[in-house]
Design a protein around this ligand. Structure first.
Ligand code: PLP
Length: 220
């Protein structure tokens, strides 16, 4: 039986410098997060606003909380005061609403645009075409309390690794295109959040800069 600390260290050993590890702690109690935190992990991700608020209140203040789930508009206000990054912005309306709540708390919230690339219909996100169309509108430039830092994606849940690689490469190409067209002078457009326990090595090979790993750290 290995511990969270051992699994965290083993995972970190596979991640090169320059790639951020977000430990996805959904379904796991505050004690499990505290163990990883005591082993040096600072970035954690959650999928539900209610769970996140409860955990945030009971854990150290210097934890960087990432939101990675589908965010309902009426839940933004609970996480706006402290959230470090929202990975799952899937509409312009959501971005506008995050901006509103960020302004109320006097913050600028870093956000990633979620890209729907997988074959599953159930996943959220902009298609690449929708994402480009939204950026072309340039309305987002008026939103002073959100900062677009990059893209996020989830690959298809399949054993077909060539399909997964094709999806990750497509999102990396989209990331490069968007950076060159709209963020060429912006060093903060630097995050491609791609890769989970089952596919993060592939995601890093295809240009991910941020991996979101849950089960291989928190489940033995
Ligand atoms: C659950 C989840 C993860 C982590 O998945 P694991 O397979 O447990 O590593 C990563 N990203 C998102 C968006 C998730 O919902």
């Amino acid at each position: 039986m290995s511990s969270i600390t051992e699994r965290l260290k083993a995972t970190l050993a596979t991640i090169p410098e320059g790639v951020r590890l977000v430990a996805i702690s959904k379904y796991h109690p505050a004690e499990a997060i505290a163990e990883a935190y005591n082993a040096g992990q600072l970035d954690f991700g959650e999928n539900k606003a209610q769970d996140l608020v409860v955990k945030q209140q009971s854990l150290p203040e210097d934890i960087r909380w990432h939101f990675t789930g589908h965010l309902q508009r009426n839940k933004i206000k609970y996480i706006a005061p402290f959230i470090y990054m929202i990975h799952s912005v899937d509409s312009y309306q959501l971005l506008e609403e995050i901006n509103k709540h960020a302004a109320k708390t006097g913050r600028t919230i870093p956000c990633l645009l979620q890209i729907h690339i997988a074959e599953e219909e159930t996943k959220f996100g902009f298609t690449p075409e929708e994402c480009l169309a939204m950026l072309k509108q340039e309305e987002w430039k008026k939103l002073e309390n959100v900062k677009i830092r990059g893209l996020m994606c989830m690959a298809s849940n399949t054993d077909d690794s060539s399909r997964v690689a094709t999806e990750f490469r497509a999102v990396r190409a989209l990331f490069d295109e968007i950076r060159d067209r709209w963020f060429a002078d912006d060093k903060e457009f630097d995050t491609l959040s791609a890769g989970m326990s089952g596919d993060y090595l592939m995601a890093m090979e295809c240009g991910s800069t941020c991996v979101r790993i849950g089960s291989s750290i928190f489940e033995g």
